[in-house]
Ligand binder design. Structure first.
Ligand code: PLP
Length: 397
């Protein structure tokens, strides 16, 4: 047997074990632009699974800004930012983000994964403690592991447990939380966490990938929504590939924080800077967020509409007030059956299974956008009710 055949034989066994537990995952192919109406695997459907919360991913103004930057600056940034890769577009984006948030500075990373894997080990190390919400994003979990700090896993969104963990950890601990939890859609108890951190001498680190642009006054995110400032939350991370409609991520905070990350965030120091065109697209997205606050209003109205309609139909969606609306169904096989039945009716709704969510909490993750129309949301609700009713009948037959 060749070396490649031996590896394949081993992996095939593991893949078959995943498939037997309904945990095997596959990609669908999108043709053309991302949006609410989307062509997937050769058919037209309505998308309810993207993080394009404001409908900016295919906005022609972002594409035009990227095209202008491509013509002016070419495709590649050439090197890491500390070498020769720091383009005028990158700097302008960082300044505009800091200005928008009302903090001193921001540092652009290639993506959110790189931001967390770079920033956490730069801020904590051996001998330190990171207190981390149990449902934090995988990139926060891996960043904390990479730091070699001691990790205290705190029960989800439990401010009292966080306070106890910080008291135990002592001065200088890092408290880490998603702003909005990506699979449950609930918001972190940020005011209580910030108060605990202030009292216990800890630093609060918030990853607001699902809040930035979508929540809070003017789309300023989960800190603004909670009435907190960047002096109370020293480390703020968000991504540019979700509500902003482009790609990339940033860490925002003080000049000193950013200067430190420039010295020590390895995923930033040793990684080629993103293409200037991507920064140009993000700048255009941010400008639209500033100029068109009605997008957040439409998103908020769509969330209200969905929740009211779900309650009327007896659909047990979670307590989320954000664009992420989970419908927990329990086992993975049932979740994928329901997701497939929706797909047959022209709705693309992601089924989420372990290990993304804990065993027994497989769910539909319904993601709403400002770009959804009321009739589209009604159609999804009707389809959900019909598919679940048919499921229940099938189970009792
Ligand atoms: C999506 C996400 C990330 C990763 O960001 P990418 O830019 O997609 O790599 C990090 N943290 C959270 C909370 C996320 O939801």
């Amino acid at each position: 047997m060749s070396a490649a055949a031996a590896l394949d034989a081993r992996l095939r066994g593991q893949l078959e074990a995943l498939a037997a537990r309904d945990l095997h995952r596959q990609r669908r192919i999108v043709d053309g632009a991302h949006g609410v109406s989307i062509r997937v695997d050769g058919r037209d459907c309505l998308c309810f699974c993207a993080n394009d919360y404001l409908g900016l991913a295919a906005d022609p103004r972002l594409a035009e800004a990227a095209a202008r930057a491509l013509r002016a600056s070419g495709t590649g940034s050439g090197a890491a930012a500390l070498v020769s890769g720091h383009n005028r577009e990158h700097r302008a984006l960082e300044e505009e983000i800091a200005g928008f948030l009302g903090c001193e500075a921001a540092l652009l990373f290639a993506n959110g994964w790189a931001a967390n894997l770079g920033a956490l080990p730069a801020l904590a190390g051996r001998g330190d403690t990171i207190c981390s919400d149990a449902l934090n994003h995988a990139s926060l979990i891996d960043g904390a592991r990479l730091s070699r700090a001691a990790i205290t896993r705190v029960p989800h969104a439990d401010a009292a447990a966080f306070d106890a963990a910080l008291a135990e950890a002592g001065d200088g601990a890092l408290a880490v939380s998603d702003g909005v939890f990506s699979m449950d859609g609930d918001a972190a108890p940020l005011p209580a966490l910030a108060a605990s951190c202030a009292q216990r001498g800890a630093t609060l680190y918030v990853d607001d990938a699902h809040g930035f642009g979508a929540r809070g006054p003017g789309g300023r995110g989960s800190l603004a929504a909670a009435g907190l400032t960047h002096s109370e939350v020293p480390v703020y991370v968000a991504t540019l590939g979700k509500a902003v409609g482009a790609a990339g991520a940033f860490v925002a905070g003080s000049h000193t924080l950013i200067d430190w990350l420039v010295q020590r965030a390895r995923t930033w120091v040793f990684s080629t800077a993103p293409p200037p065109s991507v920064a140009a697209a993000a700048r255009a997205g941010l400008a639209i967020i500033r100029a068109e606050p009605e997008r957040q209003e439409r998103l908020a109205a769509n969330i209200r509409h969905f929740r009211t309609g779900a309650a009327e139909r007896g659909l047990a969606v979670g307590a989320s007030e954000t664009a992420i609306q989970p419908l927990v169904l329990g086992d993975a096989a049932r979740t994928m059956r329901v997701s497939r039945a929706l797909w047959e009716r022209g709705f693309w709704v992601a089924g989420i299974r372990p290990p993304t969510v804990p065993e027994g909490t497989s769910r539909l993750r319904i993601a709403l956008s400002a770009a959804h129309g009321t009739a589209q949301i009604e159609a999804l609700l009707d389809a959900l009710a019909a598919v679940l009713a048919a499921e229940t009948e099938g189970a009792h037959a």
